[in-house]
Design a protein around this ligand. Structure first.
Ligand SMILES: Cc1cc2nc3c(=O)[nH]c(=O)nc-3n(C[C@H](O)[C@H](O)[C@H](O)COP(=O)(O)O)c2cc1C
Ligand code: SF4
Length: 466
């Protein structure tokens, strides 16, 4: 990688390890197939087509790759869920909805290196036995859809898609499907409904686990853009080598997207679990803006639970448990789960001491109230109630008990909905109250109660004499 140079000011940080983003912001690089082929592109697809599908699945299992879309579910294991006695067509779907606030990685892959994704999809489709694949691309990425359509046409012209790919006898068509501009279209079963041309109401799991009952009720593998790109590198390196990157159970690299109150926000591809928050936010992102201190971080997209920068955590169990400050936490799936949050989609949102938590909370509750698909009552009603109560707090019209009301609503949503959007909307509220209760209560007043009672009494009086 030493002969690769990057655009001025876009050079990767020395703590980065670039696999997926190797060509992003690279000098002289463009998304044309000619450029990709000149660098050995599609060699792994050719290699894969000579392997047995199960051999590829085994490599992906050995790599320990965990999905980069949010849940961190092991990719190889998911692929293995397709029922062995299946007689229906199998579908592969690339989830390019990138709808989680704070996440901005997939768009760069698609814009700057679309053939890496297509190659990953050819290998993955062959492994799972799919002859039709879709890229569900966010409606708000119109340019990305055009880039992908061109890349697919070029891949087809060069014999990497279509009938009898590279003389292997394997056929694959990839179709680009523009999304419906809703957050819930990123949830895999909502996405599938949308792809079927319907309102994106998520399906209940069980029984609708897509690998068993997915698109058109047939087995369907849904993977994130970044996850599918990793498959190319797993095949190049071999699962055993790939698993050495990162840390045990948290292998490989992942792209984290840092936004908010740091001097140098941006995207960074890091080995999973090899970089701590101290390293990411200070060494790589330049620390807080002058004269400020960092207050809190949402580590994995807006639906993950907020962490205070002055917190300490017990990580691990029993005798192995280790006390760690927020700054010592490595960014991996298991550590962030043990810290009570999640690595999610890799969207790290940073807040400094100038941020009022009621404003942050209000921003988040507005988003989820707007994006609830409305299918189930706790989420549809609850997300709007959370917005209304947080409006009151933000507007200085709330009473201290409103904070408790807000917390109660969140717990009435959590675990009681059709899809994980319920948790996605409730967790940020629960965590914000847990971590910043005093600050939120400080924005309320007992006076508000009496003022509103007085107003009600006045209104009643006025209406009674009219
Ligand atoms: C509300 C909601 C929104 C989601 N949005 C996305 C998204 O934009 N992109 C994505 O890849 N996964 C998203 N997911 C996760 C997907 O449902 C699914 O787990 C993922 O695409 C699987 O890919 P992976 O195994 O490669 O991570 C979302 C999940 C939920 C609950
Ligand atoms: S939890 Fe929310 S987004 Fe998910 S199905 Fe229910 S109403 Fe829709």
């Amino acid at each position: 990688m030493s002969d690769i140079t990057y655009l001025p000011g876009k050079e990767p940080h020395e703590k980065e390890h670039r696999l997926i983003f190797k060509n992003v912001d690279r000098k002289g690089w463009d998304p044309k197939i000619k450029t990709y082929l000149a660098e050995g592109g599609y060699k792994m697809a050719k290699k894969a087509l000579k392997m047995k599908p199960q051999g590829i699945i085994d490599e992906v299992k050995a790599s320990g790759l965990r999905g980069r879309g949010g849940a961190g579910f092991p990719t190889g294991i998911k692929w293995g869920f397709i029922p062995p006695d299946n007689t229906k067509p199998v579908y592969l779907i690339c989830n390019g909805d990138e709808s989680e606030p704070g996440t901005f990685k997939d768009r760069y892959i698609v814009h700057q290196d679309p053939h890496q994704l297509i190659e990953g999809m050819v290998i993955s489709a062959y492994a799972v036995g799919a002859h039709v694949a879709y890229i569900y691309i966010r409606e708000e990425f119109p340019e990305a859809a055009i880039i992908l359509e061109k890349a697919i046409a070029d891949a087809k012209k060069n014999g990497f898609l279509g009938k009898d790919i590279q003389g292997s006898g394997f056929d694959l068509e990839i179709y680009v499907h523009r999304g419906a501009a809703a957050y819930i279209c990123g949830e895999e079963t909502g996405l599938i409904e949308s792809l079927e041309g319907k309102r994106p109401y998520p399906r209940i799991k069980p029984p609708y686990f897509p690998a068993a009952i997915g698109l058109y009720m047939a087995p369907t593998i849904v993977n994130n853009v970044e996850s599918l790109c990793h498959v190319v590198h797993i095949l190049r390196m071999g699962g055993e080598e790939y698993v050495k990157l990162g840390t045990p159970r948290n292998s490989g690299t992942r792209i984290v997207c840092v936004s908010g109150d740091v001097k140098k926000p941006g995207y960074f591809e890091i080995e999973v679990g090899k970089v701590t928050f101290q390293e990411l936010l200070y060494d790589m992102c330049g620390g807080p803006k002058d004269g400020r201190t960092l207050k809190a971080v949402i580590p994995g997209g807006s639906s993950s639970k907020i962490l205070r920068c002055n917190e300490t955590f017990k990580i691990g169990r029993g005798e192995d448990a280790e006390e760690m400050t927020f700054w010592q936490l490595p960014l991996d799936f298991d550590t962030l789960a043990a810290a009570g949050s999640m690595a999610g989609s890799g969207g790290v949102i940073v807040m400094d001491d100038t941020r009022r938590m009621s404003w942050i909370l209000n921003n988040i509750t507005h988003f989820y109230a707007h994006e609830s698909c409305g299918q189930c009552t706790p989420c549809r009603e609850g997300s709007t109630w959370m917005k209304k109560v947080s409006d009151r707090i933000e507007d200085g019209k709330a009473t201290p008990s409103d904070v408790q009301v807000l917390e109660d609503i969140a717990y009435q949503i959590d675990g009681k909905t059709v899809c994980a959007f319920g948790e996605a909307s409730a967790w940020p509220v629960e965590a914000m109250i847990d971590k910043f209760r005093d600050e939120l209560v400080g924005e309320t007043s007992d006076e508000n109660d009496s003022r509103s009672a007085e107003r009600i009494a006045q209104e009643q009086f006025v209406s009674s004499v009219q």
